[in-house]
Design a protein around this ligand. Structure first.
Ligand code: URP
Ligand code: ZN
Ligand code: ZN
Length: 469
């Protein structure tokens, strides 16, 4: 296991820089950056030639669901298979969601998720806390999470009645508390009440096919909830972060808020940039592959989202990786779309898709690519500057990315533990060639060479959202 590693002659890309240099790593940390480091006595136990390739901070995926019970089954990747797949895709840190179920404390939830991840994860990880109720003791729990445990963000749901959905009073209480303890609320913004009425109506009419998942979750329901969430945050006087934003309607609410100077932030995900409602029309039950919430939208929303990313109305690209196999899992909803477990795989394909469809198509710059997939995620969720950049003192979590290498995406070539891929057969240009976590090479030559359990739990600091992002 090398204690020192030298990456030579790569094109170092950060959110703001683009230059050719050597990067020297020692004991898991970047300790020197410069031209021709060997002639300055930086000799490493291992040297990698990165000529012609990008040397970027490792991807940070701030929205994953590994080993999560949902929809009567479990997401099919656990912390071993999911983090290995993440590593192949150039992601070196993730923030997963622990779930506080009704009647239990956040401590219990955190312990359960720690047990799922520790000894398994191959890259560093952290947790958000999903809050499903908020009695007074829950408010104190939130303080403890932020101040002692490094859990500095909380997800609340305006959808999934009877499972995760909370009312506006609960949301408002949580938001106000983050104003005191420095946490950040992440919102699943869809109007669950409206959606529930539409779902019941569709089922009464015998509309059971997967496409009805999308047809009963209109983009207006996302826009309404997004606007309401932002208004609640404004009344509480705190920032808010909208997760998995999928539609122009929702983006418009975020844009308006930001134009007014409000600290409203949002992420979108590759599925909303590359897939569309048309996928639900695939023959037979194939549309179930794309059943996720919010659902895929009509294709024209994609352009609006890309513009939002370019103009910083959207600040982050995460994956919402929540895989379920078609066989036995998605099939639970064969006769009733509302029983199809919600979610899709994506932890491995984020960087290559965004590079190919974003940078190569001229929609975003190379620096913006790094900013959206690594730097702002780190800043938003209290990991910066330890992670999210290439700088002296930062963790040596580095992706050497070959912009010329081509890959055909599909279940046979990818590593996620799921029996289909939403991008099956798509050819992309630009893929990670070598992935380094904590100064150790964990993926090279298409092979995983890291160690199960080498990933560390990272206590996060406060978000930089209040200062503006
Ligand atoms: O369909 C989705 N998004 N599944 C994961 C749970 C969530 O709401 O993020
Ligand atoms: Zn959600
Ligand atoms: Zn999610």
């Amino acid at each position: 296991m090398p204690m020192s590693l030298l990456i030579r002659n790569g094109r170092v890309i950060t959110a703001s820089d683009d230059y050719v240099a050597d990067v020297y790593c020692e004991n898991g940390t970047i300790t020197a950056i410069g031209r021709d480091l060997p002639s300055h006595r930086f000799q490493a136990e291992r040297t990698i030639d990165a000529s012609g390739q990008y040397v970027m901070p490792g991807g940070i995926d701030v929205h994953t669901h590994l080993d999560m019970p949902f929809g009567g089954t479990m997401s099919s990747d656990d912390f071993e298979t999911g983090t290995i797949a993440a590593a192949f895709g150039g992601t070196t840190s993730l923030v997963d969601f622990a779930i506080q179920y009704r009647g239990e404390t956040m401590r219990h939830a955190l312990d359960r998720w720690m047990a799922k991840a520790s000894g398994k994860a191959v890259i560093d990880y952290a947790f958000h806390m999903i809050v499903t109720e908020l009695p007074d003791a829950g408010l104190t729990d939130m303080d403890t999470m932020v101040r002692n445990e490094g859990i500095t963000s909380f997800k609340l749901f305006m959808a999934y009645p009877g499972v995760f959905m909370v009312d506006d009073a609960t949301i408002f209480r949580a938001l106000r508390r983050t104003g005191e303890n420095g946490g950040l609320v992440c919102m699943h913004a869809e109007n669950g009440g409206v959606i529930d009425v539409l779902v019941q109506e569709a089922l009464r009419l015998g509309h059971t096919a997967p496409k009805y998942h999308a047809l009963t979750r209109p983009s207006r329901a996302e826009g309404e909830a997004t606007g309401r969430a932002i208004a609640l945050a404004e009344m509480a006087g705190v920032p808010i972060y909208i997760v998995h934003l999928s539609s122009a309607d929702a983006l418009e609410k975020v844009r308006q808020a930001r134009d007014m100077g409000l600290p409203a932030y949002a992420e979108t995900c590759p599925q909303y940039l590359f897939l569309s409602y048309d996928n639900y029309e695939e023959p037979g039950f194939a549309g179930a592959k794309y059943v996720m919430s919010p659902p895929l939208r009509e294709k024209w929303h994609q352009d609006v989202l890309w513009k939002g990313l370019a103009k910083n109305d959207l600040q982050v690209i995460s994956t919402d990786h929540c895989p379920f196999c078609m066989n036995e899992q998605k099939e639970l909803g064969k006769d009733d779309f509302s029983r199809i477990p919600n979610g899709a795989p994506g932890i491995e394909t984020r960087l290559t898709l965004v590079h190919d469809g974003g940078v190569r198509q001229g929609r975003i710059s190379l620096n913006r690519f790094v900013e959206l997939c690594s730097t702002t995620p780190a800043r938003m969720f209290g990991l910066f500057p330890r992670k999210g950049t290439i700088a002296v003192g930062s963790d040596a979590d580095i992706v050497i990315f070959d912009p010329q290498a081509e890959q055909v995406l599909g279940v046979k070539t990818l590593h996620m533990r799921v029996d289909y891929n939403p991008y099956e057969g798509r050819r992309v240009k630009g893929t990670p060639s070598t992935v380094i976590s904590n100064g150790e090479v964990i993926v090279e030559n298409g092979v995983f060479v890291g160690r199960k359990g080498a990933g560390r739990f990272v206590k996060r600091g406060p978000s930089l959202a209040p200062a503006g992002l």
